[in-house]
Design a protein around this ligand. Sequence first.
Ligand code: NAD
Length: 482
Amino acid sequence: MDDAKPMLIGGEWKSGSGETFDSQNPATGIINYHVCAASAQDVDLTVAIAERAANESTWRQMLPHARARLLSKLADVIESRVDDFAQAQMRENGKVLRECRAQAGSAAAIFRYYAAVCETVEDALTPSRGDYFSMRVHEPYGVVAAITPWNSPLTMEAQKVAPALAAGNAVILKPSEITPSPGLELGKAALAAGFPHGILNVLPGTGSVAGAALVAHPGVGFVSFTGGTASGRRIASVAADKLMPVALELGGKSPHIVFADANLDAAVNAVADGIFEASGQSCVAGSRLFVQRSVHERVLAGIVERARALKIGLPDSPGAQFGPISSFAHRDRIARFVDTARDEGGEVATGGQRPDDSRLAAGAYYLPTVVTGLANTSSVCQQEIFGPVLCVLPFDDEDDLVQQANDSAYGLAAGLWTADYQRAWRVARRLDAGTVWINTYKQLSISTPFGGFKDSGLGREKGISGLRLYQQEKGLYFGLNG
Ligand code: NAD
């Protein structure tokens, strides 16, 4: 289709040889535009270009301070276009504009952080055992494929692309078919910042065609994936055949825990934000709430009140706190989970349906929902819903809590509220989770490692080690005796 948004290959905007797909605004149901989807041939062409670009001396031998300057320039370009980035995401996944703007600002900050890491990170001399000196140095993989989901492309794409570029690789970004535009905006910004052509390529398309072709391609040396656990497993099995390393940031079913001695007002606010922000479509959403039995009713009442008070609206309407689900198909999937909760004997304390508001009727809306009366072993407490559905469960003591909280295939994050710091330490260490928040929730810092235990993934992003993720270590020996 002539008017479809093109992809970025080797510094040029191309239509490619694949089909096109529709981008739909989930708040209104209106088709935003059509987008070119990369075919397997487009992937072949792009990998060849990226391999050449990665090996050219302009990139391979670029000194760290010069690479850092480019990353920093890219941060400037993003900052100067925060609204374009924010609108691009909001139109496609329906996240409220205020949050999209904040995420666009974070994307710029991530590029700035990795500019600083790139310029300051050091190789090392290793202790010598003879007449030589030896070093540990780090080399890029060459071509890195970054494959991303639809819920927060602005930050998730920055979180992969910035360290992979800082590490000296060429990158092919394959954004979700639901949110192709933030990645295309990033490609545009990289061109404006002056990156050599072919160093950042952006290939929208489906997971089964473009994503699968990238993962299987012999020219791709590393895959950094964020998405569902089933897709992650498929990617890991292809990578095993190629003996290719992968980083996998996958799903979650995070426990949020409130002990009776906690500051209950603060806990109630954090629990509500932790599940209802982004309409629950966050990998770290605290979707299982465990409350000590003596305060269960009080905390439940507080959460229900907060859920009912949320201002639901079009994502760019003033004061909107809760937007649509990112697609109609996903909204229907969430509704089916709530039906299952009812079938399994759960009680819906609030929500459990679409909003009764004619202004929202054309969008993919679903009310903030709180379910009680289910056991942690029920399918609704075990499976990732990825929507605004909170299951509330009582617990008796620490051992009972830890057993229930860890009884999950996932291990991405957890939150706990208590005034007893010794208990906080004990429980935080016993929880199977890559991130544990204590008396706070969903704080995220680019300098702190992030990743999952168990089915929530492999590898850690962010921080200085987030740059090392995209490099391989090499030992060097210099003889000193002839
Ligand atoms: P998804 O797995 O369906 O898709 C993610 C991306 O992978 C998309 O770009 C898709 O096109 C691509 N893809 C799908 N199958 C592929 C394959 N076989 N080979 C290569 N690429 C493939 O996930 P989604 O529905 O877009 O996102 C929601 C999921 O992402 C949830 O499970 C959520 O928990 C998870 N997520 C995890 C994190 C984290 O950091 N752990 C962050 C955000 C989202």
